[in-house]
Design a protein around this ligand. Structure first.
Ligand code: HPA
Ligand code: ZN
Length: 335
């Protein structure tokens, strides 16, 4: 099964590029940019990654992002992630970035987006990995800051397919971003939002009703609402689930208690993703393996996660068809 999972074509839909910053690159960039970080070694950094909830992670995540200054830094970060994609047979990825985590420190929006975009373009030509870029608003910041960020994105609309919503979920309701999402939709952006990760199931309803999202990031707390589960299954509204992240941030105590396989079997369009792999202990293959080790599944069920991700992705119908055929062929060959 390990070999089957390793070589299975994969599609990633929930990945924060800032969350791929490995300790080694963090040190390299800190040195390059003359930035002090409160760690002496990679081991010390990893020891600090003992999170008890979302906020305890976010504090470390934003601190880590401080070493990213120049376009080359964002390029190097993204390129390192794409090499992991290659190792894990990720054929398509939809990448989040948090512009406000950088513009708030005086870094230009263009520096961030151009560095990431150039690496993604190289990934396409040199590694054969297709990609899309999604700009997230930080929900702990105010509406005005989100509007300013949307304004900054205008010059880069060709590089950004959708807007999203991340950071502290509890205490920062979707309603705060209803108007900015409406404007983004009017400008042609697709929309996604983190909801029901550690916040209540009502946050999922709010994301669907107020932000008109096309897929939900996390959404695992939908289990608390049977009517919602039925709706998600009937309408095939995708959930981008992040198994290792959920364990690290104590959304579930153990992988055996995770509801992802149950949701898959109920017919929901659930997908497996790595969220912030440098912080949560693994990239795509590790996440697939963690789920498959804790829940017994057959190969068709495991491949269904890829088929769901293709269905939920922001690529053309023609490209979806190509990836579906590729995945089905792989499954047929390895049954
Ligand atoms: N949740 C909310 N915000 C985030 C996350 C997450 O899992 N990762 C990076 N920003
Ligand atoms: Zn996330």
């Amino acid at each position: 099964m390990k070999k089957f999972i390793q070589s299975l074509p994969k599609v990633e839909l929930h990945l924060h590029i800032e969350g791929t910053l490995e300790p080694e690159l963090m040190f390299e960039l800190a040195q390059r940019n003359n930035i002090t970080i409160p760690f002496n070694s990679s081991t010390e950094v990893k020891e600090a990654y003992n999170f008890h909830n979302l906020q305890s992670f976010l504090d470390i995540y934003f601190q880590g992002a401080n070493v990213l200054v120049h376009e080359q830094d964002f390029f190097d970060l993204t390129w390192a992630y794409l090499l992991h994609c290659k190792d894990d047979n990720v054929v398509h990825t939809e990448v989040f970035f948090d512009p406000q985590a950088h513009t708030e420190r005086g870094i230009c929006f263009a520096t961030v987006v151009n560095g990431i975009h150039k690496a993604l373009a190289k990934g396409r030509t040199e590694l054969g990995i297709s990609s899309r870029l999604i700009m997230c608003f930080l929900r702990h910041l105010d509406e005005q800051s989100a509007f300013k960020t949307l304004e900054q994105a205008q010059a880069h609309k060709d590089k950004i397919i959708a807007v999203g919503l991340d950071s502290t979920e509890i205490g920062h309701p979707a309603s705060k971003f209803e108007r900015v999402f409406k404007q983004a939709i009017n400008q042609g952006f697709l929309t996604v939002a983190h909801a029901g990760e550690e916040g209540p199931v009502s946050n999922i309803h709010d994301a669907m009703n107020l932000l008109q999202i096309t897929r939900i990031d996390h959404g695992v707390r939908c289990s608390e609402d049977q009517a919602l589960i039925k709706q998600l299954a009937a309408e095939r509204i995708p959930l981008t689930v992040c198994p290792l992240s959920n364990i690290k941030l104590k959304v579930f105590d153990f992988m055996k208690e995770h509801n992802i396989v149950d949701l898959l079997r109920k017919g929901l369009c659930v997908t497996i993703n790595s969220d912030d792999p440098a912080y949560f202990g693994g990239y795509m293959t590790d996440n697939f393996l963690a789920v498959s080790n804790a829940h017994s599944m057959n190969k068709a069920e495991i491949a269904q996660f890829t088929l769901n991700a293709i269905e939920a992705s922001f690529i053309s119908e023609c490209e979806k068809k190509r990836l579906k055929i590729m995945t089905q062929k792989y499954l047929d060959l390895h049954q």
